[in-house]
Design a protein around this ligand. Sequence first.
Ligand SMILES: CC(C)(COP(=O)(O)OP(=O)(O)OC[C@H]1O[C@@H](n2cnc3c(N)ncnc32)[C@H](O)[C@@H]1OP(=O)(O)O)[C@@H](O)C(=O)NCCC(=O)NCCS
Length: 173
Amino acid sequence: MPRIREARPEDAIAVAELHIRAWQAAYRGLLPDDFLDRLDVGERASRYSFGSAEPGAPQTILATFGERIGGFATIGPSRDDDAPDMGEIYALYVEPRSWRGGVGRLLLEEARGRLRERGFEEAILWVLVGNEGAARFYLADGWRPDGAERVEDPYGVVSRVARYRRGLGQAAF
Ligand SMILES: CC(C)(COP(=O)(O)OP(=O)(O)OC[C@H]1O[C@@H](n2cnc3c(N)ncnc32)[C@H](O)[C@@H]1OP(=O)(O)O)[C@@H](O)C(=O)NCCC(=O)NCCS
């Protein structure tokens, strides 16, 4: 059974490596191959702010097997103007070789619990349209699409994403 701990600045490279492996495994066929093949660990790691003491800063938690990181989740306040006062799961990725082993469920339950502790009663998250595995994962945990969709290109590649929403008071999975 993995353990949960907060990410520290020195975890950034290992998390970025996992993040990229998960993107390459999950988004092949959904995002261009040359984009996925050129993802850069250092660049990805430079976007994290693990250990930040800023109020309202994103918080990243890790699921660990000893020294090895099995997955991570990043949470914080919603960034959407039309979903104020909600929490958001900004990212949730599991090492591909550990998929369907319960690591995602553990991270998702922990993420929800921490958002609830921060005072949020509802939360949102955005899923790449066509990422059927992730959609079924969130549906199984009671998340539902709320109808919002948008096209974004935060990493320089255009992608269509759909928003899911869930109350944080309900029981897990
Ligand atoms: C989506 C992801 C986080 C799920 O993590 P995981 O550790 O594989 O999930 P779990 O093993 O905890 O699955 C929990 C439940 O979710 C559902 N589920 C998870 N993956 C599924 C899939 N590919 N197809 C159908 N149902 C799935 C099942 O109900 C599962 O329970 P079960 O295995 O007892 O049937 C993981 O596959 C991943 O990192 N994918 C790539 C990145 C990604 O898409 N992240 C989400 C971006 S918003």
